[in-house]
Design a protein around this ligand. Structure first.
Ligand SMILES: O=C(CO)COP(=O)(O)O
Length: 364
């Protein structure tokens, strides 16, 4: 079996390219270990999760130079946590203490009447190491399932307005002005205007139905307070990308989250840049130069907040259609410290290839 020499080269390359000054100052470039994390999202029952993990470890025997994270759904955390005990992983797979149990979310209150939620304290109590916070699924995508956008927007359809009008007309005390306004809005000539308003309202409400930056800030705070490391997801949607708002949006996502992170706890935070348009089946990963400029932007922002030493050691991952065939080039970008992987982390061989990025012996 080959050693992880290319993983080590990664440190050297990064140091040579970008962080010579830092190396001179802090003397430990190896502190920046690549972190490859699999986000299983709402897939995999606990038993299958252990089988999947076992197959991944089997294909990654002896890989010690990268950190590996696995994020099963809440139901799989305990079972997987019991399986990935360091002593077992060392004797069985030659892995070091480099495998971490990740949760996909947490709630910010510690206990109480919050049906269905799980607190950071609860996660810590079952051995979770790190928690993903602010994933785009939670910031916006789930809005269309949980949010009231579509049902409210439906009230602006012509057929709904006509029904309402029929009822209103029968009421003696109906406000004449409102009636006239609704009649005007529901007239056939206004159909296009109505459809436009309806679509706008629906999109706005869906967009706002997810987790806000304020909620994410509270989750970051609660997680750090209970000793959990944080994987903070940020990333722009298509609209922001197309209107050149990417950096403004990232700024708005990052600054409030870091308001509750002291310089002492900054090293407990990993940032994952996941452009929403690059995530999921059918999407294309961001281009290398797009990833590079955003990672530089994020690192500069951290530099601005905490100074050079923290900026140079905080890990910034990329996520969005990371696959075995693009991981090596993504990892070759200066400033990319790992990947948050969705779909490919559900396939043992694919995720193992990603973990073994750049090694010239593929999985055997
Ligand atoms: O959302 C992601 C990881 O959190 C990325 O998902 P994909 O790798 O499936 O695009």
């Amino acid at each position: 079996m080959k050693t992880a020499s290319v993983h080590r080269n990664y440190y050297r390359q990064r140091t040579a390219n970008q962080w010579q000054k830092i190396e001179a100052e802090i003397g430990d470039p190896g502190a920046i270990r690549p972190f490859l994390a699999g986000n299983w999202k709402m897939n995999v029952i606990p038993r299958s999760g252990v089988a999947l993990a076992a197959r991944i470890f089997d294909l990654c025997k002896g890989v010690k130079d990268v950190d590996i994270g696995l994020a099963p759904p809440f139901t799989g955390l305990s079972t997987l946590g019991d399986y990935i005990k360091p002593d077992f992983l060392r004797t069985e797979y030659g892995l070091g203490r480099n495998v971490f149990l990740l949760a996909q979310d947490t709630f910010f209150e510690s206990k109480g009447a919050f049906t269905g939620e799980i607190s950071a304290e609860m996660l810590a109590s079952i051995g979770v190491d790190r928690v993903i916070i602010g994933h785009s699924d939670r910031r916006t995508n789930l809005g269309k399932y949980f949010g009231f956008g579509p049902s409210i927007a439906k009230r602006l359809s012509r057929s709904f307005l006509l029904q309402e009008l029929e009822v209103l007309r029968t009421k003696e005390d109906a406000d004449r002005q409102i009636l006239a306004a609704l009649e005007h809005l529901a007239s056939e000539a206004n159909q296009d205007v109505l459809t436009g308003i309806q679509r706008f309202l629906e999109e706005e409400l869906i967009e706002r139905a997810g987790e806000s930056d304020e909620v994410i800030q509270k989750k970051v705070q609660a997680s750090l307070a209970h000793g959990l490391q944080v994987i903070l997801c940020v990333g722009e949607n298509t609209e922001a990308r197309e209107t050149h708002e990417t950096f403004n949006l990232l700024d708005r996502q990052l600054r409030p989250a870091f308001e509750v992170v002291s310089p002492r706890t900054a090293s407990e935070v990993v940032i994952a840049y996941e452009p929403v348009w690059a995530v999921g089946e059918g999407a294309k990963p961001a281009r290398l130069e797009q990833i590079s400029e955003v990672h530089d932007f994020i690192r500069n922002l951290i530099m601005d907040l905490y100074g050079e030493q923290i900026a140079s050691t905080i890990r910034i991952l990329y996520g969005g259609n990371v696959k075995p065939d693009n991981i090596a080039e993504i990892m070759s970008i200066a400033g990319v410290d790992g990947a948050l992987v969705g779909g490919a982390s559900l396939k043992a061989w694919d995720f193992a290839q990603i973990i073994r990025f750049g090694l010239d012996c593929p999985c055997y």
